[in-house]
Design a protein around this ligand. Structure first.
Ligand SMILES: C[S@@+](CC[C@H](N)C(=O)[O-])C[C@H]1O[C@@H](n2cnc3c(N)ncnc32)[C@H](O)[C@@H]1O
Length: 236
């Protein structure tokens, strides 16, 4: 059950726990006991402006991460965890709206011994409640749900001008936004929204995590030979 549109700081309804949704129960228990690197609801209240400190506390080195990279729609963590392994001095935050995906990502991070990952249950439309000014180095959104099936669902697309204008104050300078999608019209909407919020198309700048970082959906679309758009933008 996705948590879109909920107050991200609210606790989960008790009706969901006690075995009704095993992932919701695991999420709550693991967050309370700090046995998995995940956060939800009430545990997010104090996080704005403090993410780097939390990463420093959970790493063996106690070092503040050089940069924070946010992935919206982390799914089961493929891209985020591969990047976290390759860039141990960065902190990686993966957001998703389903209990299972947040828990599975956190379990995998723990299995791989990654201390620079946090898996977070939150709706990406609430980024301004989660992050402080210039707290993020970059934001990645690979294959956001295209909501193509019914015309009246398209307002649910998360990448639009409001999202990009909301992201702008949260990014350090230079900061980046990277979007990939199989929906050509969504890519154009994302490009236009990025431009309106003051982002410029990237021209080989070195601020992105080096590599192409194929996500799970990307591999699936490539197998089906579906064309994919990938766009990178920078805020100076
Ligand atoms: C189509 S999947 C893509 C997953 C992954 N990024 C990839 O490329 O393989 C979209 C993901 O975004 C998540 N999602 C949808 N709406 C969201 C929202 N408002 N905030 C955060 N995540 C969201 C979904 O639960 C799902 O995991």
């Amino acid at each position: 059950m996705p948590v879109r549109g909920r107050n991200i700081f609210e606790d989960l309804p008790s009706g969901l726990l006690n075995g009704v949704n095993p992932y919701a129960q695991e999420l709550v228990e693991a967050c309370q006991a700090q046995t998995l690197p995940l956060l939800y609801g009430p545990y997010l209240r104090e996080m704005k402006g403090s993410w780097k400190d939390l990463f420093a506390r959970q790493s063996c080195s106690r070092l503040i991460p050089e940069k924070l990279i946010l992935e919206v729609g982390v799914h089961k963590g493929k891209t985020l965890l591969e990047m976290a392994e390759a860039f141990p001095s960065y902190g990686f935050i993966g957001l998703d709206v389903t209990f299972k995906r947040v828990v599975v990502t956190a379990r995998k991070a723990r299995l791989r011994g990654l201390t620079n990952v946090l898996s977070v249950l939150a709706d990406a439309r609430m980024l301004g409640d989660l992050f402080g000014p210039r707290e993020l180095g970059g934001c990645i959104v690979f294959f956001p749900d295209p909501w193509l099936k019914k015309k009246n669902q398209r307002h649910q697309r998360i990448i639009n001008e409001a999202f990009m204008r909301g992201l702008e104050p949260l990014l350090e300078r230079p900061g980046f936004f990277w979007m990939k999608t199989d929906a050509g019209d969504y890519f154009h909407e994302g490009s236009a929204a990025a431009a309106r919020a003051g982002f410029l198309p990237a021209q080989g700048e070195q601020i992105f995590p080096e590599g192409d970082w194929e996500s799970s959906f990307e591999l699936m679309f490539k197998r089906k030979k579906v064309p994919i758009d990938s766009g990178k933008w920078i805020l100076f």
